[in-house]
Design a protein around this ligand. Structure first.
Ligand SMILES: Nc1ncnc2c1ncn2[C@@H]1O[C@H](COP(=O)(O)OP(=O)(O)OP(=O)(O)O)[C@@H](O)[C@H]1O
Ligand SMILES: [Mg+2]
Length: 499
């Protein structure tokens, strides 16, 4: 490892209307090192990466990449100079193959037409180099790719020749444990090749496992740069949030009440004979590996995907749900994991998005509506610590984690009988996470039945009263809180127990 930085950030600042996103930021990334970026939601991590990628212009400061000034570049100049960003939500062209998606904008040509033979050979070699061969069919059409496969396309795009610094923005949220291990192997390989690697994540265990140094940002400013080996996870958290966090959220035992949601013998394209009950005030956790069918189950119950057979009852009454509006009418709420695709209207304001689920009842009040919306949404914005310059801000302009919190705010406002939460704290920082746990706990205490899908074991163990494990389209019998442990849940998830 050499000490000359391959990337130098010198006094960089950036403001948006009403928001100072970055201020006087200076540090370097060395050749052959993995540098983790951590900071609370809205700290400025993605903004810095977008400046480096040429999406945003910086207001002040200088950026040097391998000695060359790249302070004011457009996306194609940034790429050429050797900076590559692996985005969390990659742009995929729907009706062309995965191979063409990897080479979009730079398809190999032969006598004026696309050289498909070379395209396939190059793409295949690239995938092998990444260690992702076998996980992606290069002929598959863009719109058929899973989130993980889209991510692999995005990684392959970044690794084309000329890469000097590569940045990953929350790369593992759509990856399985196995894919995450492959990604780590790839990252270590890139480090060995002498690249500068930037790794942005809210998952501290990944920071500790993969990084050499850690850059800590708070409110757009540099709090510090530490050597990972000499840093304890608690120190990182303290620097991020500027205070000690009380860990160990534990939900009190609840009294047993009547069934709020009963699902019996539900089958669909993805599931067979699923039955479970969630009582009013209960949190039922759904564990399982990414791809086990939990999100699809949530969508089937919510009427977003078709069921084949089976019955759903809410408060003891059978409901026939054929669409999400049927589900909302039956008092079921659903906060999806894919907030951009299904959760939010990005060009609408924070307040409109947050009050959407109660909009129809509010609209009866005519002119009173907006004041009622404000009264309803303001306290939620405050308690969720949503960082936004105003209630009128477009949701698409909030940081990723803050968008996630707006999805939650909507359902907190709507107070349904049954609430399905799919990965409610994905992309949310550690401080806000504790706050969200308290809110979910309070929702349950107010009598709402909660179906909690989470890939984070500590989250399930802290919040759920009982946990079922989904595997291969079926679920295990519920594990009581007292008997639940990570090992036990994992052994179900990888199919070492019969369901
Ligand atoms: N296009 C934009 N217009 C206006 N404000 C923006 C825009 N992009 C980002 N911001 C604001 O800049 C600040 C930094 O946002 P950024 O996305 O960099 O945060 P982040 O550290 O990546 O957070 P997260 O962990 O939630 O992804 C936030 O207050 C955000 O609302
Ligand atoms: Mg971000």
């Amino acid at each position: 490892m050499s000490d000359t930085p391959i990337l130098e950030i010198l006094g960089v600042g950036k403001a948006f209307p009403n928001v100072r996103a970055l201020a006087d930021l200076s540090f370097g990334v060395r050749r052959g090192e993995v540098m983790a970026f951590v900071g609370e939601n809205g700290a400025g991590k993605s903004t810095l990466l977008k400046i480096l990628a040429g999406d945003y212009r910086l207001d002040e400061g200088t950026v040097l990449l391998d000695g060359q000034e790249v302070s004011h570049v457009d996306p194609s100049q940034a790429r050429k100079a050797g900076f590559r960003l692996v985005r969390q939500e990659p742009e995929i062209v729907p009706h062309v193959s995965a191979a063409e998606n990897i080479y979009v904008g730079e398809l190999p040509q032969k006598r004026g037409v696309v050289d498909f033979e070379k395209l396939r050979a190059d793409a295949k070699a690239l995938l092998e180099e990444c260690g992702f061969a076998g996980l992606l069919d290069l002929n598959a059409s863009g719109d058929s790719l899973s989130p993980a496969q889209r991510h692999i396309v995005e990684i392959a795009r970044a690794l084309k020749p000329g890469v000097k610094v590569i940045a990953f923005d929350e790369p593992t949220s759509s990856l399985t444990a196995d894919e995450t291990q492959r990604l780590f192997k790839l990252v270590r390989g890139l480090r060995a090749r002498g690249l500068g690697v930037i790794y942005v994540t809210h998952r501290l265990h990944e920071v500790m496992a993969i990084s050499d140094r850690i850059v800590i940002l708070r409110d757009g400013r540099l709090v510090g740069v530490t050597e990972t080996a000499a840093t304890a996870p608690d120190d990182v958290v303290r620097m991020m949030v500027g205070r000690d966090l009380s860990y160990g959220f534990v939900r009190q035992e609840t009294t047993r009440s009547d069934a709020a949601l009963e699902v019996s013998d539900l089958s669909s394209r993805w599931h067979r004979n699923i039955s479970f009950t969630i009582r009013a005030g209960e949190i039922l956790g759904f564990a399982g590996l990414v791809g086990a069918g939990r999100t699809e189950l949530a969508k089937v119950i919510f009427g977003d995907l078709p069921k084949r057979s089976g019955e759903v009852r809410v408060g003891g009454i059978p409901v026939n749900i054929k669409s999400p509006s049927d589900a909302i009418r039956a008092n079921i709420g659903f906060a999806p994991e894919d907030r951009k695709g299904e959760g939010l209207i990005l060009v609408r304001s924070v307040i409109e998005n947050a009050s959407m689920a109660v909009f129809s009842s509010l609209s009866r009040w005519g002119v009173l509506r907006s004041k009622m919306m404000i009264d309803m949404v303001s306290p939620l914005i405050a308690s969720l610590e949503i960082k936004t310059p105003s209630l009128e801000q477009e949701v698409g302009k909030l940081s990723g984690g803050n968008q996630q919190k707006v999805v939650l705010a909507r359902w907190l406002a709507a107070k349904p009988k049954v609430l399905i939460l799919d990965e409610p704290t994905r992309a949310v920082d550690v401080g806000a996470k504790a706050e969200i746990y308290r809110l979910i706990d309070n929702l349950a205490k107010s009598g709402i039945a909660i179906m909690l899908i989470s890939s984070e074991m500590p989250e399930l163990l802290a919040l759920a009263d009982r946990i079922v494990v989904m595997q291969g389209g079926a679920i295990s019998s519920p594990i009581e809180k007292l008997d639940a442990s990570e090992e036990r849940i994992l052994s179900f998830a990888i199919g070492q127990h019969a369901a």
